[in-house]
Design a protein around this ligand. Structure first.
Ligand code: NAP
Length: 256
């Protein structure tokens, strides 16, 4: 990376132990940010992300907390406060990427109340309260980026409950952008299409699955975490200062 667009800034990336979150953490670190690598249960994977960032010359540390309740959000912020004060002397940060999320394999017909509640707890409730509780910690001129999904544009009823959570995140993005505009904080959603991460590995790494995913994109390939990370990094950078309240399609032109 030749431009250090985020030098001196601090970024918190939820779900950065693996997949898209890891890609975002690595890219923001390459741009000069001190990156907080959040994980849920996979401390080993988060430490690996930190090691990869350090090997590439960046700076990062890991913090763990299950994010499916207000208690979890508060636990994360308690640890974050301690660590940020230790690293920087103050508990402030500049960029929040709400990336941690879960998918579903339940069809509309099969979705139980428990599945539904867990999807909303992780994908909607946690980002909602993380932002609410971070307002005093996020600096003016900061950035919030919510990782949504292409399923808010493309009909894919097989995973209905998941799709609804991402629709809620888009609505949150729009209204937050209006609310936080006076503080110079931009809020955007980035909407990946099918991306090669653990969540898709079982079906995407089969010949039929791969063909299905490739044919979906106008660009004729499957998305990689770095494809999403580059878009997030632009939005997070000073170059993205005039974009707010937007749902940015990051599907490689799927179903145009
Ligand atoms: N992959 C795709 O095709 C795709 C497409 C559109 C949108 N997205 C969205 O992109 C985001 C990242 O997806 P991904 O494919 O990179 O997923 P992934 O590889 O399964 O990684 C998920 C990340 O979220 C964390 N996480 C999951 N549940 C958590 C919980 N209850 N509490 C705290 N952390 C939790 C995981 O932490 P641990 O490692 O500790 O478990 C991990 O770091 C998600 O919001 C997803 O909905 C993905």
């Amino acid at each position: 990376m030749n431009r250090k667009r985020s030098e001196g800034r601090i970024a918190v990336v939820t779900g950065a132990s693996r997949g898209i979150g890891r890609g975002i953490a690595m890219r923001l670190a390459a741009e000069g940010a001190l990156v907080v690598v959040h994980y849920g249960t996979r401390q080993d994977a988060a430490e690996e992300t930190v090691a990869m960032i350090e090997e590439a010359g960046g700076t990062a540390f890991a913090v763990g907390a299950e994010l499916d309740s207000l208690d979890g959000v508060n636990r994360l912020l308690r640890i974050l406060d301690e660590e940020l004060i230790r690293w920087t002397g103050i508990n402030q940060f500049d960029i929040l990427v709400n990336n941690a999320g879960i998918g579903t394999s339940s069809s509309f017909e099969q979705t139980s109340e428990e599945d539904f509640d867990q999807l909303f707890a992780v994908n909607v409730k946690a980002p909602f309260f993380l932002v609410q509780q971070s307002l005093g910690r996020l600096r003016d001129g900061g950035r919030i980026i919510n990782i949504s999904s292409g399923v808010t544009r493309i009909a894919y009823p097989h995973i209905m409950a998941y799709n609804l959570t991402k629709g809620a995140l888009n609505t949150f993005t729009l209204h937050l952008a209006q609310l936080l505009g006076p503080r110079g904080i931009t809020v955007n959603a980035v909407m990946p299409g099918i991306t090669d991460t653990d969540v898709n590995a079982a079906w995407l790494h089969t010949p039929d699955g791969h063909k299905f995913a490739v044919e979906m994109s106008a660009l004729g390939r499957v998305g990689e975490p770095s494809d999403i990370a580059d878009i997030v990094a632009f939005t997070a950078s000073p170059d993205g200062r005039w974009i707010t309240g937007q749902m940015i399609d990051a599907t490689g032109g799927s179903h145009l």
